[in-house]
Structures are given as C-alpha cells and as structure tokens.
Design a protein around this ligand. Sequence first.
Ligand code: NAD
Length: 425
Amino acid sequence: MSIMVPSKTPALITPGRQALDSALYQLDQAAEHLGLDDGLRTVLATPRRSLTVSVPVRREDGRLSVVQGFRVQHNVSRGPAKGGIRFHPGTDIHEVTALAMWMTWKCALVGIPYGGAKGGVAVDPTGLTTRELERLTRRYVNEILPLIGPEKDIPAPDVGTDEQTMAWIMDTYSVSAGYSVPGVVTGKPTTLGGSLGRSGATSRGVQIATLAALGRSPEGATVAVQGFGKVGALAAQYLADAGCKVVAVSDITGAVYASAGLDIAGLRTWAAETGGVSGYRHADALPLDDLLELDVDVLVPAALEGAITEANAPRVRARLIVEGANGPTTPEADEILAANGATVVPDILANAGGVIVSYLEWVQNMQAYSWSSGEVEVKLRDLMESAFSEVKSMAAARGLTLRQAAHVIGVGRVAEAHQMRGLYP
Ligand code: NAD
C-alpha cells in the first residue's frame, strides 16, 4: 500500500515559510525588472551560510531544556553580514532566512557597506528567568561563534532581545577572544560602546519615513500602531511628538483606543509597569485585529510578519501604511492595498533607521570614538531622507510601487557588487 503525502501539508507551511515565500517573490519581481540572469537570481535567492544549532539550557529547577537556534548570512558581497537576533517561540530557519534576505536589500538600499544576516532562537523569553536567559544567550552565542565577529557578522537586537542581550553577547565573544570587542554587536548599552540614539533609531526612522510620505501636515493626522515593543512604542511617541494623533496601539496583551488621541508617554509607563497596554485606564479596549482596520490616516504595523494578508487587506482603511516591522504585508495583500489606492512604505526603507544607527555604532567602535546624539541624528536623517527620495523617484519614473522600487534599488546594488567582484574560482 502506498502512502500519499501531499507536497505541502498545512502543518509545514509555517509563518516563517510564508515570510520566505514573500521575500523570494519580491526578489523575483525585482530580478525580472532588472533583467538578471537565472544564475545570478539563484545566487541572490540562496543564503551564503546557514547554521542551525541546539542550545541546551539549565533551568532554575535543575531540568535541562534544549532549544533550536539559527544564524543565517544571506549575502556578504558588499561587506560584513549584519542583522538582529530574535528570541521568539515561532521562529524557524525559513523566517530567519527571509529576515536575513531583507537585511541584504535594506543595507544596499540605504547605502551602508553591509550584507544581510539574521539570527533566532525558538524560545519564549518571557517564560525564562533572567539567569536562564543569560545562560541561553551565552550558549547560543558560543554555538554561532565561528560565524560572528566585527569584521564578519555583527548581531543586533530584534524581537524578544534588547540591550542586555547584546551586552551578554559582547561579553561572551570578548571572553573567548581574550580582550574586549565592542564592535561584535550593536544596540549595546552606551556604557559598553553603544551609540547614542541607537535605542530609538528604528522608530525615529519610521517617523522620518511617515512624515516624508504623508504629503500633508502631521498635525492631527490619525495613526494606529500595531506592536508596542522597542519599535512600536517609540514610533508612536515620535509621531505624537510630531503632532500626529495616535488613536490606537496594540501589543500581544490587547489593543487600546482613544478617539481624542492616546497619552503615549502615560501608556509607555503603564505598559512598562504592567507588562502590556491592556487595561490602560484612559482608553477603550479594542479587539486585537480590529486595530488594523481602523479608519485612520496612517497604519504602522510594528509587530511581526504576516499581519496584513489577503483576508484583512480589503478592510484596511488607512491610506498610508508604514512598515515598522519586517514583512508585515504579504504579496497578496500588497496587491489589494495598491488596487485600493493605499501607499505602503516598505519595511526595507521604513525601518532602516535601526541598521543605519547600528552601522554608525560599529563605525564608532572600530575607531574607538563616539559621536554626540545630535551628530548621530543628522547622519540618520540624511541617509533615511536620501533613500526615501531615491525610492520615490524610481517608483514615479518606472511606474512601480514604493516596495518594488526599493527592491529594484537594493537588489540591483547587490547584483552589481556580484558582477564587479566576479566568481571565485
Ligand atoms: P519587540 O519584541 O520589542 O516588540 C514586539 C511587539 O509586538 C511587542 O509589543 C509584542 O507584544 C507585539 N506583538 C506581537 N504579536 C502581536 C500581535 N499579534 N498583535 C499586536 N502586537 C503584537 O520587537 P521589536 O524590536 O519592536 O520588533 C518589532 C518588529 O520590528 C519586528 O518585525 C522586527 O524585526 C522589526 N525591526 C526591529 C528593529 C529593532 O531595532 N528592534 C529594527 C528593524 C526592524
């Protein structure tokens, strides 16, 4: 008796696989536009190095748990690999590969000399004590040690990781090297060589991209932000500071709404004290997914991939979507939003502020020198605004969406680097 195995059982189509399919589709569209040959397309579609590791962790009660970790270097043709490390139970090798690929195009698009990488550990960090998290981080870093280094591959924070995680990574790497190596990670605490302005850099970039795309005064423009973590909370704050009315925000605990505008500073304090936005007294509760469909001027998805899909895209009413998260909009949703006349500022442009200031941090570390927050902010603004206007001009000149234009520029630069370097041997 033969057993029929469907080629794609639902259980195998993880959110990570969907993210990778989206990334490959976007690459394909850009490659088609650029007329790249099949060989080069295959090179660009394939990660240069992928490492899967097992990370044993001793729990407080003496038990031993083993979790899977990943580090993927998608491309290093333009410089060392660069990309965050995510601690999330749903992460897998496909998701990490997609995120690494987006990092490659993002660095090329904003003109910083890096390739793309990403790391992940399939774990829920909220279920671990601080000491368990430290042991997990150090052991994961030890397992990926052959790949990382200030001239090879430089991690940074992402979902579920923060400055403390980066400090442990820097220490673990430095202990192994025998001397302090601050340039091995970015997003570190400033006492360890972190850059002024790094912690708010992604959100500042989201603010710059939003104001550039808005096409009107920000005063009173209504905004909804999905995700109230490192990116979303400060994006909401900076948009409110610019005069926007942030009427709704959400995190994994729930969504809150106030038609007169939320007090974002008060909400940040509430979320820090209680662990989430849910229950905030000066706002109404909202079903989590309703936030995406609110009648607002600007929607900022700043949580995870796959938030806007073909299922909810027809009900998205915001005219401007600014992707603080990586991969929040699926290609099917993209088409629906474009057909409905909405503008999407794509992830590889909108959230590039983080890697821009990470680059500035690394440059400061390599020179053992530090810049003022004002100097960092000027450089960030320069790079964001020039990338934005390049993407906008390319989109207008060639009749592309902002995402297509951003990918054509990013993929085109990486393809050119490959062609100039030639193939070894
Ligand atoms: P984080 O872990 O600090 O925050 C993630 C937030 O999303 C949390 O508030 C969480 O509760 C919320 N969330 C998760 N699922 C949700 C859901 N279904 N609905 C509403 N909220 C939900 O992570 P972060 O660093 O802020 O990253 C967020 C996104 O931005 C990710 O896509 C990440 O890759 C991207 N990004 C981060 C940086 C950075 O510098 N941290 C840079 C570029 C891009």
